[in-house]
Design a protein. Structure first.
Length: 120
């Protein structure tokens, strides 16, 4: 629940930034909101509003529609049928998370640790 509250606050800050013309800051704040709560529909809708192009707009609207099939995104998607969706780079961490950073020998270390617990 706290993540949803923080996502809402970041979205409010992003709206203020967008309305003052600071689109880059708005995108950053919306990315933070969606990192906190990837299912926060208003942040997806606002990200679509500040999208760099129609591909980003379609991607964000599709995500919003997945969350709320009867919501506002449906109308916006009707105009983007032939557009190929592309995700905004700011959202790469929540859409395509990087693989975990394993050190070499990780599996061997885990096996050795398990054996120590079994035989101790």
């Amino acid at each position: 629940m706290a993540d949803k509250i923080h996502a809402a606050e970041r979205t409010r800050q992003a709206i203020a930034a967008a309305e003052s013309g600071d689109i880059e800051d708005a995108r950053t704040l919306l990315a933070e909101a969606l990192t906190l709560d990837p299912d926060y529909e208003p942040a997806w809708l606002w990200f679509a509003a500040v999208a760099d192009d129609e591909g980003e707009q379609k991607f964000c609207l599709e995500r919003a529609q997945t969350i709320n099939p009867l919501g506002a995104a449906t109308q916006g998607l009707a105009n983007l049928k032939v557009v190929e969706p592309k995700f905004p780079a700011e959202l790469r961490k929540i859409i395509d998370p990087p693989p975990p950073q394993f050190t070499s020998g990780y599996a061997d270390d885990r096996r050795a640790e398990r054996r120590r617990r079994i035989f101790v």
